[in-house]
Design a protein around this ligand. Sequence first.
Ligand SMILES: NC(=O)c1ccc[n+]([C@@H]2O[C@H](COP(=O)([O-])OP(=O)(O)OC[C@H]3O[C@@H](n4cnc5c(N)ncnc54)[C@H](OP(=O)(O)O)[C@@H]3O)[C@@H](O)[C@H]2O)c1
Length: 263
Amino acid sequence: MPKKRVLITGAGTGIGKDTAKHLVGRGHSVIAAVHHADQVAPLQTDLGPSAKVIKLDITIPEDRLQIAELGVDVLINNAAQSESGSLAEIKIDRVRRLFEVNVFSALELSQIAIRSMIERGGGTVIFISSITGRIPEPFLMPYSMSKFAISAAAAGLREEMKTLDKGIHVSVVEPGPYSTGFNQRLSNSRFEWMEKEGSLFSPKQIAAMKSDTDRKLSWLEVGTTDTIVKKITAAAEASKPRLRYVAPWTFALLVRVLRILGV
Ligand SMILES: NC(=O)c1ccc[n+]([C@@H]2O[C@H](COP(=O)([O-])OP(=O)(O)OC[C@H]3O[C@@H](n4cnc5c(N)ncnc54)[C@H](OP(=O)(O)O)[C@@H]3O)[C@@H](O)[C@H]2O)c1
């Protein structure tokens, strides 16, 4: 297997950190990009000297520009934030801010990577979307819409890169629910403002939402990130990666069944 220079964003925690560790273990040259400067030293210790840890807030243009000179073969757009609540009442600025991170910044970073990959004769851009980028999730729609946008962007960009014919591959990875703390934060983000800002939904409905979420997450979340890390690694290592990678397999099956049913 050819060793690659892989840059992964949002590598300070969760799926990004686990993927960075796995890729280091497989002998790749990993650039693990973290959100905040104080995450650099602990992660560098964790990953060891073969990896390079950098601070890269994907929303900051100067931070993004650093990647032009890093000779990246594979970019994994993993960094993301969460925002939830009903589309009937959420302040649109919250949705706008979320799209700035999850969609626009990931695309701007990818544009820089694509130019440098073209100069080097090719490469792969991977977007970490979500199963909620395939199946709309009521009350999590700000986040779900951002992931629909990323899944669609990956599919379209992939075709554009085929036309360009400069060796740029594009894939999207769509994880189901994994227990990294992200889903809990995603779910809770709506309650932070619904309770303060005079929601259309009654306290009883809000309380029911809270217990419904806790029940769903304890039932659905996968305890370790192993299966999704393997999918991301498969996309990063493939000479011709597939468009889409989904894990765990139960969610891959669900998406297929819903597609057959026309849902
Ligand atoms: N866990 C799941 O069930 C699940 C399911 C579907 C999709 N996903 C996707 O998987 C990816 C990783 O999520 P995770 O579960 O591992 O959650 P996570 O631990 O919260 O990972 C997200 C990472 O992105 C970083 N980040 C946020 N804003 C950033 C910015 N502006 N610039 C750079 N980094 C930034 C976060 O840093 P800070 O925490 O320091 O802000 C964090 O390290 C995300 O794209 C998420 O949407 C997760």
